[in-house]
Design a protein around this ligand. Structure first.
Ligand SMILES: [Zn+2]
Length: 231
């Protein structure tokens, strides 16, 4: 058994079933590196693998942070769509990256059916992109693009912060996602906005990173332009 994990008891808000799901002890988390889009690689068990909770009985799935938040109308939607086709299956044991991908995908399907906020869906898509990054899959780009669409809508229409993404971190992240998708003009624009936001002064590390990524985006754009001219 993996000593970094412990069991957490949870009651499903849809079917009332009580089940167990694993969590990683915070004392057991050892960070190896942080990517510029906030993805963290751990040399220990990755706590993100357990961030999407799935009820083994009815198939309802969501991020841990909002698993309990479901309306009576939402319960009916899950029962009529997910539970009807659900074959009982537990995600309560140790998860590998593929189990984690499945759990987050279920959370995404439920979240879409429940019409959750774009910020929440963006968070799920971003984590799916990171999980695909860990296995060097091309699908990373697809989910980065989904995350970007959700976050951009959330930025315009939803109250902030989204989890721990405050206004300036989200502005930065949107710039970073555009950069990773090779859309440099938009990327430069969003980094510009992040660096120009007075709130960034409260977070020196983010400010430095935003300036650095802004520079990278401008350089990539210049390269692209000269390639186009040569071609
Ligand atoms: Zn359930």
């Amino acid at each position: 058994m993996n000593q970094d994990l412990f069991d957490r008891e949870i009651q499903c808000p849809v079917c009332k079933n009580i089940f167990h799901t694993k969590r990683v002890k915070s004392s057991a988390c050892r960070i190896e590196k942080r990517d510029t889009d906030f993805c963290i690689t751990y040399s220990s068990t990755n706590p993100m693998f357990y961030g999407a909770i799935v009820c083994p009985m009815c198939g309802y799935a969501a991020l841990e942070s909002n698993f309990k938040d479901i309306t009576p109308q939402g319960k009916k939607i899950i029962e009529a769509t997910i539970t009807k086709r659900w074959v009982p299956r537990s995600f309560g044991e140790e998860r590998d990256v593929h189990d984690a991908i499945e759990a987050y995908k279920l959370a995404l399907v439920c979240g879409q059916l429940l019409n959750l906020k774009k910020g929440n869906l963006g968070n799920i898509c971003l984590r799916l992109a990171w999980l695909y990054r860990f296995i060097n899959s091309e699908r990373e780009q697809e989910f980065l693009a989904h995350a970007l669409n959700c976050f951009e809508e959330a930025f315009l229409h939803e109250p902030l912060p989204i989890g721990n993404l405050d206004e300036v971190s989200l502005t930065y992240l949107i710039g970073e996602l555009y950069l990773r998708l090779g859309r440099y003009v938009e990327s430069i624009d969003w980094f510009n906005k992040a660096v120009g936001n007075p709130l960034i002064k409260r977070n020196k590390k983010l400010e430095m990173q935003a300036r650095e990524q802004w520079r990278v985006a401008k350089e990539e754009f210049k390269k692209l332009k000269s390639e186009v001219q040569v071609g």
